[in-house]
Write a protein that binds this ligand. Structure first.
Ligand SMILES: [Zn+2]
Length: 205
């Protein structure tokens, strides 16, 4: 449909696409327009696959019923992998932290994704995080160690301490990854050997 045929009040699709892209983190108005123009000029096959993939993400992505990580099935690939060590749970703040640790290949246990860290000033308390679901997983005696792998900054440390306070009384060992990462550094940007050392040198909390 050319612009002339568009019914009045129907927004220009290029402008609409650009406005939608500009809502993504780190994308300003200029970048959004550049991306929108690239998509418009891309070959039809790319556009079809892009649209299809966004629709698949929309209809299938959800939380894994066990670890709360993003998953396209009721249980994610890691939780349903029988070869993983079910006695150890590594607690991370965000899905991208889980991905970073998984890329390092050093951890063979299971994960739990909190979807944030405690941040009282921003109104994020324990109820806003996936903490109750973590406690539910510790009900039977399968899990013997919880490794808290939140980033070594104020919020990450506070979250680790809070988890230690509520998990330790259940008789589960709680450890914290070593802060080999630069202070305040984000876990997802750590290189592989740093992540490896941080996990190997974890300390009791
Ligand atoms: Zn899972």
């Amino acid at each position: 449909m050319s612009e002339r045929d568009a019914p009045p009040g129907d927004p220009d699709p290029l402008r609409k696409l650009s406005a939608l892209l500009s809502r993504l983190p780190g994308i300003g108005e200029k970048s959004a327009l550049r991306l929108a123009l690239s998509i418009v000029r891309a070959d039809p096959e790319y556009k079809a696959v892009l649209a299809e993939t966004i629709d698949t993400v929309r209809t299938t992505m959800r939380s894994c019923e066990i670890c709360r990580d993003l998953s396209h099935a009721a249980r994610c690939g890691i939780c349903s992998d029988a070869r993983r060590d079910r006695a150890t749970i590594c607690v991370v703040a965000h899905p991208q932290d889980r991905m970073a640790i998984e890329r390092s290949g050093v951890f063979r246990g299971l994960y739990h994704v909190l979807h944030g860290v405690l941040d009282p000033l921003a109104g994020v308390g324990p109820a806003e995080l996936q903490i109750n679901t973590l406690l539910e997983r510790l009900r039977d005696d399968t899990v013997t160690e919880v490794i808290v792998a939140t980033s070594p900054n104020v919020e990450g440390d506070a979250t680790a301490l809070y988890i230690s306070k509520i998990v330790s009384p259940l008789g589960v060992r709680v450890t914290r990854i070593a802060s080999g990462l630069a202070v305040g550094g984000e876990l997802e940007y750590a290189d592989l050997s740093t992540l490896h050392r941080a996990l190997e040198d974890r300390r009791p909390l």
